[in-house]
Design a protein around this ligand. Sequence first.
Ligand code: LRH
Ligand code: MN
Length: 429
Amino acid sequence: MSLIHRSVIDAHNEPLLRHVKNDYEHLGEQLARRGVDIETITAKVAAFGVAIPSWGVGTGGTRFARFPGLGEPRDVHDKLQDCGVIHQLSRATPTVSLHIPWDRCSDWGALKDQAASYGLGFDAMNSNTFSDQAGQAHSYKYGSLTHADAATRAQAVAHNLDCIEIGRKLGSKALTVWIGDGSNFPGQQHFRRAFDRYLESTRQIYDALPSDWRMFLEHKICEPAFYATVIQDWGSSYLAASALGPKAQCLVDLGHHAPNVNIELIVARLIAAGKLAGFHFNDSKYGDDDLDSGSVSPYRLFLVFNELVAAAHEQVKGFDPAYMLDQSHNVTDPIESLMASAEQVVRSYAQALLVDRAALDAAQQANDALTATRLLQRAFQTDVQPILQQVRLQGGGAIDLIGAYRASGYRAQMAEQRPARAGGGGGIV
Ligand code: LRH
Ligand code: MN
């Protein structure tokens, strides 16, 4: 399962080489006047990576319909090949986050080897107790880890232990637990008992974690439950992660909050508490829209990275977040959207590295609000594209991500090799 031929990337880069060189030198001069060494930023950007969600390379859908694209991946091996192309061109997505059972396969060793052949590793595993599988003994209609029925909870715990076993074979070091458990009517669920059942179930999963693993608890304000969700907000997630122990932390999916919630403040709180697991990056205008990262509110994404870079700069204890995309691509080629989104995430990181931290500290100390906020805006308004292109070029990737991908004809080749999948019903994958 080959990727794009080297010569195609080189041919597409060739006419752009001198532009990148000139733009990079020019930006270098600008940054030097600001006391910033461009090579320091470039080195940090080159070391930065964001994981691809395996479920993101297929065309997503909504509850109303899914309109499949050409050359859809048929199984986890096709998904991995597409992830390989994304990393080959972007040089920014060295790991893949799998979802079980969507990515179940017969030979995990072969999957690991296939990933390694593309220079890919595996990030956090994702369990799924928000849908029923064929032949499943107990339905998750009324919940999973918090279900009132002990046998259903035990089934959900067993599934999470199975995900850990698969992850160990693949070299993953974390398990993300998102559950849709909750209620649609006042009175339908006893809030405190449901939370106690959540702790009882996640305790069993926590105790089964290998010593060097982490458990990421993912909160979400609503959907599929529309009155109350057991792990509805960062507070519930933090209470649970604190009760479980040091290996349990809180994962922030940017789309899982009410509109206008200050997510960068939540990030700062979790950093201070040593409980920031990491992120599911995406963007949204209304609900859990799972849109491309930075496509609606790029300044919000930048402000999140401003908190992350500040924490790294201040060497905050236990600060080691995992970065993952979590998106659904309904109207674009998923590979293009994932590359563009990875680039937006890396861009926000690079811009946050340009914040003059000493001047910001001084402005904050002096209550000089305008200077403080203009220091952030200056970093955000710096065009760091030459650094992103330089890093890709140095890493053997594509200077013009989408241009090189389209020139490769990869999607058309996959349309040949992979029979079309029927469209039809709703659902994100
Ligand atoms: C829930 C969620 C979760 C995944 C799923 C695909 O909305 O963000 O992270 O398991 O999407
Ligand atoms: Mn998510």
